[in-house]
Write a protein that binds this ligand. Structure first.
Ligand code: PGA
Length: 249
């Protein structure tokens, strides 16, 4: 396990997140990067868009990996795909053939998830996976109880996650089932970056990083990754032991 802590003041957090993406693209312009939805990464995505607009960041060969979506989502319904299109794919001109889209059609979903995993392997595997942290410790839609070896699959959302996702859509849509990359899929990424902000996440972040590694807190599994960065703002990092606090800037 190699966890690197980057703890930043709120005004420096988004730039630090964009730096992680920029570093990956500097090392490999055709990097495969997994992008989460949710509120947490939005400032980081805004910073990426700014860098692209100013010509400071080159994304013409970037390949994007989706981490999850709602089961049954299509082009006319709320979806993670729609969220990422709005935030990243359209403004950064990422053509559809550079997006590895997670399947959502309930018909044949088991086979489609296996095909998705195979495509990821054929593309060369994930170079960097950004992750959000759910209030219940989920990563992607791996809810508490998800197994360490789990792969891309359809899952049921907890009522808590359904509620927080409904809020993304103004409450007019309440997802109950989803498709997610597995913990096993996540841990095969060459690098992981867990993005966490706000005091509301301080307790769960502390448990994920300091309690035992277990399915009840899926984010604890990132400690098994080859290389994990935890990018937290000062509020989210407030409950971490002092030894983790060195990076505050
Ligand atoms: P949030 O969601 O970024 O909107 O807090 C994180 C998550 O549930 O993964």
């Amino acid at each position: 396990m190699a966890i690197v802590f980057k703890i930043r003041k709120p005004e420096a957090w988004a730039a630090a997140g964009a730096d992680i993406v920029q570093d990956a693209l500097r090392q490999k312009p055709s990097a495969i990067i997994g992008f989460p939805t949710g509120v947490t990464p939005l400032p980081c995505y805004a910073e990426l868009r700014r860098r692209v607009e100013r010509g400071e960041l080159e994304v013409s060969r970037l390949r994007c990996l989706m981490l999850d979506d709602y089961l049954g989502a299509n082009d006319g319904t709320p979806s993670s795909y729609q969220w990422l299109q709005r935030e990243l794919f359209l403004p950064m001109q990422i053509a559809p053939d550079r997006v590895l889209r997670i399947p959502t059609d309930p018909d044949g979903i088991v086979e489609a998830c296996a095909t998705f995993e195979q495509k990821l392997a054929n593309w060369g595997g994930c170079d960097l996976m950004l992750l959000g942290l759910g209030a219940n410790g989920h990563i992607a839609f791996n809810e508490p109880g998800a197994e360490v070896g789990s792969r891309t699959r359809a899952v049921a959302l907890t009522p808590e996650t359904a509620r927080s996702n409904a809020a993304y859509w103004g409450g007019r849509f309440v997802p109950t089932r989803a498709v997610t990359v597995g913990i096993g899929t996540i841990l095969e990424s060459r690098r992981i970056a867990l993005l966490v902000t706000g005091a509301a996440k301080a307790g769960i972040l502390q448990r994920a990083l300091n309690d035992s590694i277990r399915a009840a807190v899926p984010a604890s599994f990132i400690r098994l990754a080859p290389e994990a960065i935890v990018l937290a703002d000062a509020a989210a990092a407030a409950s971490l032991p002092a030894t983790s606090q060195d990076g505050l800037s």
